[in-house]
Write a protein that binds this ligand. Structure first.
Ligand code: SF4
Length: 324
């Protein structure tokens, strides 16, 4: 029986530091896996390639494929049109909406967008199906299970740090996550649990590796661009530095709203901007562009804050002080 060490790699500082740690320890049977959400910044894609080349360790890219689920959704639309679908919940599917959705519901090949087509909505902090469906499930399905079912053990390296907040301080450095019927075990391994952000950057410097350039451009975390957890300041920074990414999100909102039974498909919940029902909400009034306008306001969201709007983007806003 072999034990495989699988590193879940995101292109961020933590997983890069963890990869370097694994290399320092000359970890055997190492596999590095990058789960591409399809909603990453181009700099992250470039950075993943750079790390592969700089470390000499191959990085395997995996992506979710929603082709089957989209076909399931198309069948549901046909059922609505045929009158055999049982409506549930506050809003109802109508044949007119189902016809419109059928026009749009086809795999685009972008995992994030295809996932939203399947759900008829974007994920949110309250209903955060994205990291599960785009990352965790893919790692399990495409990487861990084939090894486990071949009878091998898997050590899944996770670059979580306790001081990141939430319930992370409750996590342990090792944990048995799954035992298969054949006895093969999946272990979670969290070797940088006690590290601080600065320890991760130190590891980069020790190995002469550049950090993902997004950290020096005001981004607190490297992940989706934007992430559903992006705060007001981060969103404002993204709007100044990477307006093309928000243009893409605005287009995704247009597409997702066409497959939604409420006709609403906003990246951030419309309720955050005061909508109390689907009739109140729309991508123009509550979509990503409206959210950016809100991000330009000071506390309370009623007044424009000229300091926020006009501060130059050249300013180093990395909270890690990388340009200091
Ligand atoms: S980075 Fe954010 S948006 Fe992307 S999968 Fe993770 S939680 Fe979801």
């Amino acid at each position: 029986m072999t034990e495989h060490n699988i590193i879940s790699y995101s292109g961020g500082k933590d997983s890069t530091a963890m990869l370097l740690l694994a290399l320092e320890r000359e970890t055997p049977n190492l596999q590095v896996v990058f789960a591409d959400t399809g909603n990453e910044h181009p700099s992250t894609y470039e950075y993943v390639r750079y790390v592969e080349q700089a470390t000499g360790v191959p990085i395997r890219w995996i992506r979710a494929d929603f082709t089957q689920q989209i076909e399931g959704r198309r069948q549901m639309m046909r059922n609505v049109i045929a009158g055999t679908h049982k409506n549930q919940g506050r809003y109802e599917w109508t044949p007119a909406i189902a016809h419109r959705a059928l026009e749009i519901l086809r795999p685009t090949g972008n995992p994030f967008l295809d996932m939203c087509l399947v759900h008829g909505r974007f994920p949110s902090t309250k209903v955060a199906f994205c990291s599960k469906e785009l990352k965790r499930d893919q790692l399990t399905k495409q990487v861990h299970l084939p090894l486990l079912d071949a009878g091998d053990d898997v050590q899944s390296w996770q670059s979580v740090r306790s001081d990141e907040g939430g319930k992370r301080h409750l996590l342990t450095a090792t944990e048995l996550s799954m035992t298969r019927p054949n006895g093969a075990e999946l272990w979670s391994f969290r070797p940088i649990l006690a590290w601080k952000a600065e320890d991760c950057f130190k590891m980069h410097r020790k190995h002469g590796l550049k950090a993902n350039p997004l950290y020096a451009q005001g981004m607190k975390r490297v992940g989706c661009m934007p992430c559903i957890n992006a705060g007001k300041d981060e969103l404002l920074e993204i709007s100044k530095r990477f307006p093309e990414e928000l243009k893409r999100i605005a287009e995704w909102e247009r597409i997702v709203s066409l497959v939604s039974k409420t006709n609403v498909g906003t990246f951030f919940p419309a309720s955050d901007l005061g909508a109390t029902s689907a009739a109140d909400a729309g991508t123009l009034t509550h979509g990503i562009n409206a959210r950016v306008e809100w991000a330009k306001t000071s506390r309370g969201g009623r007044q424009y804050d000229m300091l926020r709007v006009d501060s130059p983007v050249e300013l180093c806003t990395s909270i890690y002080g990388l340009c200091e």
